[in-house]
Write a protein that binds this ligand. Structure first.
Ligand code: AMP
Ligand code: MG
Length: 352
């Protein structure tokens, strides 16, 4: 029975695929309980989607990944022709018109820069280039090199024109870097496409920026592991958060770093000091309705530190946080009760 059924389903899917070229509404049947997944490399990481619904439009994964590709080519600073690279190349010279997408992400990045008092700053680019953490050219810059770029790191200088979608960086050498927020935007866009297609049970995971659509197929909440930032072996977790229909994103000093003379130099830079943030935190995980919020706030709160970062999280509606310190304390925001479970084996201690 199994083989003919598989063949029939293959035929249904093939027909659906062909008709997708001509009509929009097609669907692919799957046996219940058999998830469909796809992973591709975008945004410098593994981007994956797992759909647990038994019926869904057969082209939905193509649409998701096409969108992610589009976001990458618009917002990356690793390609000279991306919209953000063109804005950077015109710093001090002229405004550059960008797509509504890029404009929205820049606008939101400024909003989160305001809310984090500049701890999250999308004009961090010159510092990121100076340290080059995670690339073959990574190195510790001199203090005078750092002092030289610090005046150009100031999100309040960015000029936006909402009527023309133009962005202007008025100081030569200013560099926008949306690396702390764009992945979250891509996750939200992927989730939007899946939700618009009527999908009820799915998981979007772009290198640890996660959005859970609906419940698990069995009706229970999704369980998302928070990476152990101290012992970073895959599959080792500080704890598990349970959630439905929202995002969860972590920022940590274990994600990209190099070690010199026993000191860890990591990729989350403090715009005040010009150095990798060192304040006793090793990771911050944020849970919020939108992944763009979780992404920007996790990076920003990491720079702000435990006290100010937690105060920010408590002030944002429907937003929760898990802060982990280098001495293995785990601090939870007030609304996480009942949806966080510590993994005992890691040696972490929950603080009341
Ligand atoms: P995330 O992994 O989301 O915490 O973002 C880290 C990335 O954001 C870095 O690789 C940089 O590209 C960028 N970044 C580093 N420090 C900051 C900062 N203080 N504010 C905004 N973006 C930052
Ligand atoms: Mg981030």
């Amino acid at each position: 029975m199994v083989k003919p059924l598989q063949r029939r389903m293959a035929r249904i899917c093939a027909v659906a695929l062909i008709s997708a070229l001509t009509i929009a509404v097609v669907s692919c049947e799957r046996r219940p309980g058999e998830p469909v997944s796809r992973s591709e490399m975008w945004l410098g990481t593994v981007t994956s989607v797992v759909i647990h619904d038994s019926r869904f439009p057969s082209d939905v994964l193509d649409r998701v990944f096409h969108r992610v590709e589009e976001i990458q080519w618009r917002m990356t600073i690793n390609e000279p022709d991306s919209e953000v690279s063109l804005v950077n190349a015109a710093a001090g010279e002229n405004p550059v018109r960008v797509s509504p997408d890029t404009f929205e992400v820049i606008e939101m990045s400024i909003e989160y820069a305001r809310r984090t008092n500049g701890a999250f700053d999308p004009t961090i680019g010159p510092l990121v280039k100076l340290w080059n953490i995670g690339s073959a050219d990574e190195r510790i810059p001199t203090e005078s090199e750092i002092e030289d770029v610090l005046p150009r790191i100031d999100y309040t200088l960015i000029e936006l024109n909402r009527d023309t979608f133009e962005v202007y960086l008025p100081v030569p050498g200013m560099v926008l870097d949306l690396g702390g927020i764009a992945k979250g935007y891509a996750v939200d866009e992927a989730a939007r496409i899946l939700l618009d297609a009527g999908i009820q049970h799915a998981l979007v995971d772009f290198g640890g920026d996660v959005y859970t659509i609906g419940t698990r197929p069995d009706g229970n909440r999704w369980r998302i592991g928070i990476q152990d930032p101290v012992n970073t072996a895959r599959g080792r977790f500080v704890g598990i958060v349970e959630q439905t229909g929202r995002s969860v994103v972590s920022s940590g000093d274990y994600e990209r770093f190099f070690v010199e003379d026993g000191v860890r130099y990591h990729h989350i830079l403090d715009p005040d000091t010009g150095h990798p943030t060192r304040n006793g935190l090793v990771s911050v995980t944020i849970q919020a309705p939108a992944a763009m919020t979780s992404d920007a706030v996790s990076t920003g709160a990491f720079v702000m530190g435990l006290e100010a970062g937690m105060a920010l999280v408590e002030s944002l509606p429907d937003t929760e946080g898990v802060f982990v310190t280098d001495d293995k304390e785990v601090h939870l925001s007030s609304g996480l009760d009942g949806s966080f479970r510590l993994v005992e084996a890691g040696g972490f201690r929950l603080q009341e």
